[in-house]
Design a protein around this ligand. Structure first.
Ligand code: NAD
Length: 488
């Protein structure tokens, strides 16, 4: 990709210029322009939806094997080019090279997993309660799926949505985040190189307020969204505003994940998981553990080790192989983090390390990871998603209090515990109010072949990923037949 060529949208099988353009800037080095990207306008969004509508029947007729093979070949290319595309992702988003490469490889796994799932969309043959009548339950495409994805996992999140949508015979219009258009264009090029009916897959770049709104308000059959809870709320209102013919809606949103560390935990393993979970990708993961709920008996020892491990993290340019944390992805993200640091101090939490804008060779959105103690769970820093390298330790007296604090959140994506007690682990699995539970593991880090999603404000609609994805991307049809003599 060159900085002087504007990358277009992909609509109806053609690469088309937009109504305007934006620059994507490297957050590790603000003097480095990643590229210029077309911005779709409302008529182009409508054209993308119309192209998808027109192309979907041919894709459905292409059959499960052709669909599976196309997805498998997309997945293989992503994996073969993980190094190169991972570096492009890291340059644009700011995550480290290892994280960028790992994300592209994971995107390939999503495509290859759903390539196989295309073959497994089983129905059922069921006897009717009426003699002589047979029932067939079939799974069919939903139609045109709008995919709206965030910047923090710009290719993995998009892939876990686009792959099942295409696998089950739907057509897609994808709107990625305007912070990461470069990696979106790369994925679109890979899809466009396959022999899909023109219009089955469309890329419409642009702002949420323009392209997102036009897409959600358009003639689509389903919307799958990952982003903040605030955007999700607005999007749902827009999706349902049409009153009749409501689209299917699936949303994965914000989080405020907690990791509880009990007095019987393997302390070194717990510290490593807490620091990785809190500060990996600069805390910009929906699965990040920003609340560390620690038993009072080991609190001081945990904090001493966690501070040492946090201080040892190397913050630097995302493309420097020695960096363990890159910059925040945007100026807005850094400003928000700085305001949460001020809030933490105002709320009375004590900062033990980090929270500084370090001197770096290049100018970027850098912030050292910050660890606070002395927080209680009522503080805003322990209730709001900060999406930055800031974590707060909350001291608790026992397991029951730890569980209560873990569960005391508007969100419910991931809850974790470190303990050597089988009984506590079993109890936590049952009583933690979260869509994903981690026992003796970091809160961040999930598999691609099982359901993923949250509870309460973190999630709305059917689960994503694994076999559960079919609940959203495939419609259920129940057919009754009296093949022989009509029933009497
Ligand atoms: P965001 O809500 O700002 O944007 C997400 C997407 O929605 C972007 O493509 C954006 O352009 C679009 N958008 C914005 N306004 C819109 C509108 N009015 N109509 C339609 N689309 C609109 O989120 P973000 O900053 O890109 O991502 C960070 C958020 O995503 C965090 O809250 C994080 O927790 C969440 N997230 C959740 C998961 C999960 O699976 N639960 C995974 C990754 C990120």
């Amino acid at each position: 990709m060159t900085a002087n060529q504007t990358q277009p949208n992909y609509i109806g099988g053609e690469w088309v210029a937009g109504g305007g353009e934006i620059e994507s800037v490297n957050p590790s080095d603000l003097s480095d322009i990643v590229g210029r990207f077309a911005q779709a306008d409302e008529p182009q969004v409508a054209a993308a939806i119309a192209a998808a509508r027109a192309a979907q029947p041919a894709w459905e007729r292409a059959g499960i094997e052709a669909r599976g093979e196309a997805l498998d070949s997309i997945g293989r290319e992503l994996q073969a080019r993980a190094e190169e595309l991972g570096a492009a992702l890291s340059r644009e988003e700011g995550k480290t090279l290892a994280e960028g490469k790992g994300e592209v490889f994971r995107a390939g796994q999503f495509f290859r997993y759903f390539a196989a799932e295309a073959l497994r969309l089983f129905g059922a043959g069921i006897d009717s309660v009426r003699a002589g009548v047979e029932i067939e339950v079939r799974r069919e495409p939903v139609g045109v799926v709008a995919v709206i994805s965030p910047w923090n996992f710009p290719i993995a999140t998009a892939s876990w949505k686009i792959a099942p949508a295409l696998a089950f015979g739907n057509a897609v219009v994808w709107k990625p985040s305007n912070l990461t258009p470069g990696i979106a264009v790369e994925l679109a090029k890979i899809v466009a190189a396959r022999d899909l009916p023109p219009g089955v897959f469309n890329l419409a770049l642009g702002a949420g307020a323009v392209v997102g709104e036009a897409l959600v308000g358009g003639a689509i059959d389903a919307v799958t969204f990952t982003g903040s809870a605030a955007t999700g709320g607005r999007l749902a209102q827009r999706a349902f505003a049409r009153g009749v013919g409501l689209p299917r809606l699936q949303m994965e949103m914000g989080a405020k994940n907690a990791l509880a560390v009990m007095d019987d935990a393997d302390l070194d393993a717990a510290v490593a998981a807490a620091v990785a979970g809190a500060f990996g990708s600069g805390g910009q993961k929906c699965t990040a553990s920003s609340r560390l709920i620690v038993h009072e008996k080991i609190h001081d020892a945990f904090v001493a080790k966690a501070v040492a491990a946090t201080r040892a993290l190397r913050v630097g340019h995302a493309l420097d192989p020695g960096s363990q944390i890159g910059p925040l992805a945007s100026r807005e993200g850094l400003d928000s983090a700085l305001s949460y640091l001020r809030l933490a101090a105002a709320e009375g939490a004590e900062k033990l390390c980090g929270g500084e804008e370090p001197q770096t060779a290049t100018r970027g959105h850098y912030l050292t990871p910050a660890l606070f103690v002395g927080g209680d769970n009522a503080m805003r820093i322990n209730r709001e998603e900060m999406f930055s390298p800031i974590a707060c330790v909350v001291k608790v007296a026992d397991y029951e209090q730890a569980l209560a604090v873990v569960n005391d959140s508007d969100y419910g994506l991931v809850a974790g515990i470190f303990t050597s007690s089988l009984a506590r682990a079993a109890d936590f699995r049952r009583r933690a109010r979260a869509g994903c539970v981690m026992i003796n593991l970091p809160t961040a880090g999930t598999d691609y072949h099982v359901p993923f999603g949250g509870m309460r404000a973190s999630s709305y609609g059917p689960r994503e990923q694994g076999p559960a994805a079919a609940e959203f991307y495939a419609a259920t049809k129940t057919c009754y037949a009296a093949p022989g003599a009509p029933p009497r």
